[in-house]
Design a protein around this ligand. Structure first.
Ligand code: BGC
Length: 764
């Protein structure tokens, strides 16, 4: 609807009507005003399927919702590294929403995986902001192409479930920009989500619902967001402050209480009515956008979407290990499918994203209809009972026996529901002891053992050296069984790559010492060193690195070439690399481009992912992958200028199989075009001054003419001479950290007046 019409509608509202529109009608609906033709619209979770509640409503996934399709969760879809696939998933969700009269789906959930312990990591995409923002962007694009809104959440820094409603995420400006805001930035700028959901927590002491810096300055002014902001369910703190800060809609209903606060605030002059009008304009714009683009013909095609859920999951599964090419399995070999999850897979997580799946396909169901599988060659043994973490000796024995009589054992393991969920964090990264014991016992007697994992976040694998193959299926949605069987038997070639590091143990994780925080403050002291940025910078051994993923074929990289060897920061850089499928079957590879700054005075991760592309290759085929890098690929967030800054210097363009396996690299020299003016004082060090081109020139000239400089030099030369206490390198190193004021003490004849003059020249 045209802006003028919307303004006109607002002008006809009473103050009470205006205030009323700023909160929900009930749990899932926005309010309407019939006389003005404003419809009441339904929103619904999200993110990986519809949780449309017709009857009793709740935000914890307790009460039932309509029968729907559960697609793979975010942890899985990110591993596809496939924007087209996720866009298709978004389109499917958009169609389902149109069919079910849902105006906005509450997702994608896209917080950074700061620690593997976060209870909601299964919904989130990655530890890396580029992957997160690109995959979320693809989903938003797909949904919105069907004229349905999205609500990317939870904006922002909601990286733990512990005290999520009161805790303050405390971080410095650079960390916020480079990691936590960057996770949302690309998606907002490129895809313009219709709405954004602000998180429960505080950021540096201010609740996100009333955080003007985030909701107005960054989101709207800098990034161009033009939709409406709604609170997470019950995340409203001070209603009037929130309106001023840029939050439009309180969800769910407030029962009229805080609407009255708005009315009062306008009446007593605390809130300018123009601000209220502005919030309504932003809100109604979206309300009418949906209303005017309703697809009356849309039908919820359950069976079709179940098939899509399976296809998506096939592209997400990550082959973590495949010793001796044990996989794919031959249908003629006798296999024992062991573990409860082979019959009752864990395919989704607990909480607000919980879907009432219209059917669930297990691996044991799938062996009946998947091609290239002989059901008669497969036996099942339950192995464990995940209701409680106690080994059931009879089940264990039965499983070992089945494994002994088969040629291959496939163990379906992972994390039970109560190990990870919205609402609380994990305390450790272990799988249930009963499952670990089962895997050890089976691997002991069956050398051909495969483990298929159903979990939403990394687990420790004490048995990794004893099994030949591991498939990470994540929480793969209701069709996970078919997808896993297709991958096991080679009907689908695995192509997922990890969007997060699997550390060896919890103690290795960057925020191990302070995750969760104390006194409702969670200090992000690891800064920008999140996930692989930390492990790679420390060259640490991990279980499986970020970006890792095997295939049933092999790929070779060659001919890395850069468009130019030298560039200024405003130019773009074209990078090409050839990827060849060197194996016998078709497969997909994720080409990963990392940028590694060389030198400079800023503490930066050793490398960061700056581009990726998934490519499909026939056997023997070579494709040239092209990437275009702009200044952001080289930049860090400067706290001096409060902006992105590219430091002049060498940068290595690296192509990696994962974050810790770089196969090709090439250096380019990038020249900065923004000079950050330096202000020197008595405590500026010689090193700082000499590192600045102008500073160097001024200082050298001044030193040459300073009284006593010659004498000082002679003294220095004597000290450095034969048998002297220091050599010239040591001298330089010492000078590097010497503050200007010390020249008075160590260079005879240098006076405070002379230094004052020098400073004036330096700061001119
Ligand atoms: C969750 C949101 C969800 C909302 C509505 C909240 O508890 O944090 O992600 O969309 O409930 O169910």
């Amino acid at each position: 609807m045209e802006q003028a019409k919307i303004k006109n509608i607002i002008s006809q509202m009473t103050l009470e009507e205006k205030a009323g529109l700023c909160s929900g009608l009930d749990f899932w609906h926005t309010k309407g005003i019939e006389r003005l033709g404003i419809p009441s619209e339904m929103v619904s979770d999200g993110p990986h399927g519809l949780r449309k509640q017709d009857q009793a409503a709740d935000h914890l996934g307790i009460n039932d919702s309509i029968q729907a399709v559960c697609f793979p969760a975010g942890c899985a879809t990110a591993s596809s590294f496939d924007r087209d696939l996720v866009r298709k998933l978004g389109e499917t969700l958009g169609e389902e929403c149109q069919a079910e009269n849902i105006s906005t789906i509450l997702g994608p959930a896209m917080n950074i995986k700061r620690s593997p312990l976060c209870g909601r990591n299964f919904e989130y995409y990655s530890e890396d902001p580029l992957v997160s923002t690109e995959i979320a962007g693809a989903l938003v694009h797909g949904v919105q192409s069907k004229h349905v809104g999205t609500s990317p959440k939870h904006f922002m820094a909601n990286n733990q479930e512990y005290h999520r409603m009161t805790s303050s995420s405390e971080m410095d400006e650079r960390t916020m920009r480079e990691i936590y805001l960057a996770s949302f930035e690309g998606m907002v700028k490129k895809e313009k989500p219709w709405t954004i959901m602000n998180s429960y927590n505080k950021l540096n002491g201010t609740y996100l619902c009333e955080n003007k810096e985030m909701l107005t300055d960054v989101l709207r002014k800098e990034w161009g967001f033009d939709g409406y902001v709604m609170t997470d369910w019950g995340a409203m703190n001070e209603r009037v402050e929130a309106l001023k800060a840029g939050c439009n809609l309180e969800m769910p209903s407030c029962g009229g209480t805080t609407d009255a606060e708005i009315v009062k605030a306008v009446q007593n002059g605390e809130l300018d009515e123009a601000v209220l009008d502005q919030r309504l304009e932003e809100f109604l714009n979206i309300i009418f956008r949906y209303e005017e683009n309703r697809d009356q013909k849309a039908v919820f095609q359950l069976e079709r979407d179940h098939g899509i859920a399976r296809q998506v999951e096939e592209e997400c599964i990550v082959l973590l290990k495949n010793e001796g090419d044990l996989l794919p399995l031959s249908p003629d070999k006798k296999a024992a499918f062991i573990g409860k999850y082979a019959k009752a897979p864990r395919y989704q997580g607990g909480g607000s994203s919980h879907i009432n799946s219209f059917k669930v396909e297990s691996a044991m169901d799938a062996v009946k209809f998947c091609e290239n599988v002989k059901e008669e060659n497969i036996v099942f043994a339950q192995g464990y009972d995940d209701a409680e973490d106690l080994t059931n000796e009879a089940l264990l024995e039965e499983a070992v026996e089945a494994a002994k009589n088969a040629e291959i054992a496939v163990i379906f393991a992972g994390l039970p529901d109560n190990f990870e969920s919205e609402g609380y964090d994990r305390k450790h990264m272990r799988m249930p002891d009963c499952q670990n014991r089962l895997i050890e016992a089976v691997a002991e007697i069956q050398s051909n053992t495969v483990v298929v994992l159903h979990n939403g976040s990394p687990v420790e694998m004490p048995w990794i050296g004893k099994v030949k193959a591991v498939l990470e299926a994540y929480l793969g949605g209701q069709a996970v069984g078919g997808a896993v069987v297709n991958v096991l038997y080679g009907n689908a070639n695995p192509s997922g790559h990890l969007a997060e590091t699997f550390p060896l143990r919890l103690q290795d994780t960057p925020c191990y010492l302070n995750y969760g925080g104390e006194h409702d403050k969670s200090v992000y002291s690891e800064g920008v060193f999140v996930g692989y940025r930390y492990y790679a910078s420390k060259d640490m051994e991990v279980l499986f690195p970020f970006g890792h993923g095997l295939s049933y074929t092999t790929f070779a990289y060659s001919n890395l070439s850069v468009g130019k060897e030298k560039m200024t920061e405003s130019e773009t850089l074209t990078v090409t690399v050839d990827v060849t499928n060197t194996g016998e079957i078709a497969g997909k590879e994720v080409a990963q481009l990392y940028v590694a700054p060389k030198g400079g005075t800023i503490i930066r991760p050793v490398r960061e992912l700056k581009a990726f592309e998934k490519i499909n290759l026939a056997p023997g085929e070579t494709k040239k992958v092209q990437f275009t890098l702009d200044r952001r690929a080289f930049a860090y967030w400067s706290t001096q200028i409060h902006d992105w800054h590219v430091g002049s210097g060498e940068y290595e363009i690296q192509i990696g199989r994962n974050a810790q396996d770089i196969v090709l690299s090439h250096s380019v020299a990038v020249e900065s075009e923004v000079h950050i003016p330096k202000v020197f004082d008595f405590n500026s060090t010689m090193g700082e001054i000499l590192a600045d081109p102008k500073g160097k020139a001024v200082l050298e000239q001044a030193m040459a003419s300073m009284a006593g400089a010659e004498e000082a030099q002679e003294m220095g030369e004597q000290a450095q001479g034969d048998g002297g206490a220091i050599n010239s390198e040591m001298m330089a190193a010492m000078m590097e950290g010497m503050p200007l004021r010390q020249l008075i003490s160590f260079v005879p004849g240098v006076t405070k007046d002379a230094l004052n003059q020098l400073l004036m020249a330096l700061n001119l």
